[in-house]
Each structure stands twice: as structure tokens, then as C-alpha cells.
Design a protein around this ligand. Structure first.
Ligand code: EPU
Length: 427
């Protein structure tokens, strides 16, 4: 397995481009199951999770072209999906266990094909992550749900519109129910819906396909069911978490970086905390410029559903806090076990105390490079950030997780002056 090797201490300077959003692309690719024909999606990030979703859609009977070949070259960011006939309705354990977002085929399969058999995802490195809200919603729409041999089997001749009240705002749950409701008979309301930009983006895509969705981006989403949807062409929004990660890299290294092609309105909470940490953040044509402060100020953060501070940026801000002058407190409210990076950061010299969902971080004058590894995506990104400011060499092992969510991060950071490279064949 590859590792990422970093020699710390470089100040980052220059422009960096943000890729398309992974968490927007995954439900959008799954939504192609609601149509018959060929849809083309642009600005899709070239990531392992996208490949996994394409593989799953192929198992179900779709044909997936990714990347699209153009003569001798290939466009790495275009996916064409043709979903003429569905030959299977099973999302197997082998795929679901590598990517929980596989559960996003559940809603579309029941809605258009009357049945779905999806492996229960099981526990995950960052928390239990049940899917009870997805199932409760489908049941309210008339689906019969059974658990068989580790699989959820959902059946419905045709779903019917219903009032769906989520106990908690769940991102993929809202997406599954919104997709299911587009082809249900009658009107559905999703209350306490997740408001993340990725939910709004999916609604845009569904409406392009001919669906009638209103209110996405607010806690109440209304969907009038239609009889069929048609294939489309669409370019995916930029990845706000990749953008946020680059912004922290700039602040942390006292750099001066223009983060290109991001949408600042998706990053309000992140930008506010960067400013509290002392960074200068300015909107410019083409992106957002971040200048790091001479002295990083401590920041207190509580993760929240959007528009609050995203849990997917918690680990990266913790690294910023390790270099602050003073004490920061982070409260993780979304996932119960999302502090997997703490022990590794401690090995690099960070001073962090965990008490349940609370982390108290006392800034230290220096971190030191070390071999480290992480068991989830954002934790891996935080170790890369720590490596950028640590003295000496850091080797981030098991980059499998990183590659699920960051497109060639080392190639993107190197032109900014980072001394970072991929090394093959480490443990
Ligand atoms: N939850 C339930 N029951 C459910 C669904 C969720 O109890 O039926 C709980 C979860 O256990 C968690 C909370 O609700 O405590 C919120 O989870 P949510 O369902 O919103 O998370 P998700 O949809 O599984 C998406 C992203 C995650 C991101 C979270 C939170 C995708 C594919 N994944 O997950 O992204 O952390 O929302 O914003 O959109 C990542 O990209 O690294 C990542 C983990």
C-alpha cells in the first residue's frame, strides 16, 4: 500500500484548484437509477469512492464509462452512466463494507424497480451509523422492509407519498428519501431534513431529470411524485471539505493560498473559525484567498449539521489548534468515535485530552514528524496537515482512506511548495 511522505516546514504559497464534491457526486450517480437512458456528469472527482459507486451501478445492470475516453486521452472527471435495464437489485456486502454510501441505491431501486436488497453497513471507524431513518421513511411510503441474512430487503409495487419526519437530520437519509419520493404516487414532505449543500445539489439534479422537489436546503422538503424521470447532463459542485482542508493548510503554514473554484457560501462556518484563529480570508474572483497568521489563536468548535461547523472538518481544525497559542476545545456532536487521529497527533507531540465527545487541545510550540496512520478519511487528511508543519519527516501510512476522498492531494499541494510525495509499497 502507498504512503505519503512529507518533509515539514514549508510555507504554502500559490493557487490550488478544488475538485468536484465526492459527497454530492455519490447520490447523484445513484440517482441515475431513477431514469432509463444515458446521463453524463462532469466535474466528478477521480476517487476510489466514485469507482466503487460505478462498480455497484454496473452490478445492478448499468453501464458506466469512467473516465470517458476522448481519442487517445481520457477525461478523468466525466462519468457517463447508461441505465437501460436493471438486472439485479442487490448491493452486496463486499461493496457496502468498503463504502457506506452504497446505501444510496436503496431509495432509487425501490422507487423505480420495486425492490432493493442492500447489505446493512454495520459499524464503522467513526461511529455506529445506523440507517434506521432511511428505513422508517421508506416504510412510511408503503415499502415492506425485512432484514434477511444481514441484508435489508425493501419491496413496494409503487411507493406512495407520505409525511416523513426524521428524528435527526441525516444527509444520506434525506437523499435516499428524496430520491424515493420523486417517483412515489402523490405528495411527500420530508421534515427535519438535512440542509447540506449536497442535498440541495441532488434536488437540482432531480429537478433537471423532471422531478418536482422544493425546499431542499431548508428543514422541510416537498416532493410531488411524477411517473418518470429522464437522463440529464450535469456538472457537480466543488467539494467544500477539500476546499476547507486546503484553507487550513494555508493558515497552518502561515501561507498565502488562493483556493480556486470553491463556493464560499458553503464554507461560512469554516471561514468564520479560520478568522477566529487569526487567518485573513478574502473572496477574490475565482476563489478564496487565505493568509495564515503569524500567531494562531485558539478556537472552540462544536460540530453541527449544516450550516453549522462540519464534522468532516473537525480533524483538520484540531491540527490547527495544536499549533495555537493557548487552549482550544472541540466538541464532536455528530459521530461518537471521530477522534481516531488524536493518538497519532499525540505521537507527533500534540497535547490533546479527550473526555467523551470533548477534546481539549493545548497548543504546543512544535510537532515532530513520525510514521502515522489513520483509519478514516478526514483523520488521514489531518495527519497530512500535521506533517506539513512538523519538524522533519512524517510518513502517513494506509493512504487508502485518503484516496477515497482526496484527489491526488500530494500533486495538488506540491506546486504550493509542500515537500510531499507518494511512496509505493509501504505497509
Ligand atoms: N444516523 C442515525 N440514523 C440514521 C442515519 C443517521 O442515527 O438512519 C446518525 C448517524 O449515526 C450520525 C448522524 O445521524 O450520528 C448524522 O449522520 P448522517 O446520516 O448525516 O451521515 P451520513 O449521511 O452517513 C454524510 C457524509 C459524511 C459526513 C456526514 C455528516 C456522504 C456520503 N457522507 O454521511 O461524510 O460526515 O454526512 O455530515 O455524504 C466523509 O466524507 O468523510 C464523510 C464521512
Amino acid at each position: 500500500m502507498d504512503a505519503i511522505q512529507i518533509e515539514g516546514g514549508a510555507r504554502l504559497e500559490g493557487d490550488i484548484r478544488v475538485s468536484g464534491s465526492k459527497n454530492a457526486a455519490l447520490p447523484i450517480l445513484a440517482s441515475s437509477l431513477l431514469t432509463a437512458g444515458s446521463s453524463t456528469f462532469h466535474n466528478v472527482p477521480a476517487l476510489n469512492d466514485i469507482r466503487t459507486m460505478c462498480r455497484l451501478l454496473e452490478l445492478l445492470g448499468a453501464s458506466a464509462e469512467f473516465p470517458i475516453k476522448k481519442g487517445k486521452t481520457a477525461d478523468r472527471h466525466v462519468v457517463r452512466l447508461t441505465t437501460k435495464a436493471i438486472k439485479d437489485t442487490t448491493a452486496p456486502y463486499e461493496l457496502v463494507k468498503t463504502m457506506r454510501a452504497s446505501v444510496l441505491v436503496l431509495g432509487p431501486l425501490v422507487a423505480r424497480h420495486g425492490q432493493a436488497r442492500v447489505s446493512l453497513p454495520g459499524g464503522c471507524a467513526i461511529g455506529a451509523r445506523p440507517i434506521d431513518q432511511h428505513l422508517k421513511g421508506l416504510e412510511a411510503m408503503g415499502a415492506k422492509i425485512q432484514l434477511e441474512h444481514g441484508y435489508v430487503v425493501a419491496r413496494a409495487k409503487r411507493l406512495r407519498g407520505a409525511r416523513l419526519v426524521c428524528d435527526i437530520p441525516t444527509v444520506t437519509g434525506t437523499e435516499n428519501l428524496m430520491m424515493a419520493a420523486t417517483l412515489a404516487r402523490g405528495h411527500s414532505t420530508i421534515e427535519n431534513a438535512a440542509r447540506e449543500p449536497e442535498v440541495e445539489e441532488l434536488a437540482r439534479v432531480l429537478n433537471k431529470m423532471g422531478a418536482r422537489v422544493r425546499g431542499a436546503g431548508t428543514p422541510v422538503i416537498d416532493v410531488d411524485g411524477v411517473d418518470e424521470l429522464h437522463p440529464i447532463e450535469h456538472a457537480i459542485i466543488p467539494d467544500r471539505i477539500e476546499a476547507g482542508t486546503f484553507m487550513v493548510a494555508a493558515a497552518l503554514t502561515r501561507g498565502n493560498v488562493l483556493v480556486r473554484d470553491c463556493l464560499p457560501e458553503h464554507l461560512d462556518a469554516v471561514i468564520a473559525k479560520l478568522r477566529s484563529a487569526g487567518a485573513t480570508v478574502t473572496a477574490e474572483s475565482g476563489g478564496v484567498r487565505v493568509r495564515g497568521p503569524a500567531t494562531i489563536q485558539p478556537v472552540d468548535i462544536t460540530t453541527q449539521p449544516f450550516p453549522g461547523f462540519p464534522t468532516d472538518m473537525q480533524a483538520q481544525f484540531m491540527v490547527l489548534a495544536t499549533r495555537a497559542r493557548g487552549q482550544s476545545v472541540i466538541t464532536e456532536t455528530i459521530f461518537e468515535n471521530r477522534y481516531m487521529h488524536v493518538q497519532e497527533l499525540a505521537r507527533m507531540g500534540a497535547d490533546i485530552m479527550i473526555d467523551g465527545r470533548l477534546a481539549v487541545i493545548r497548543g504546543v510550540p512544535r510537532l515532530t514528524g513520525a510514521p502515522v496512520m489513520a483509519t478514516d478519511l478526514r483523520a488521514s487528511a489531518s495527519l497530512i496537515l500535521a506533517g506539513l508543519v512538523a519538524d522533519g519527516r512524517t510518513e502517513v501510512l494506509r493512504v487508502y482512506h485518503l484516496d477515497r476522498g482526496y484527489e491526488r492531494i500530494e500533486k495538488k499541494l506540491r506546486p504550493l511548495g509542500a515537500r510531499i510525495k507518494r511512496v509505493k509499497g509501504r505497509m
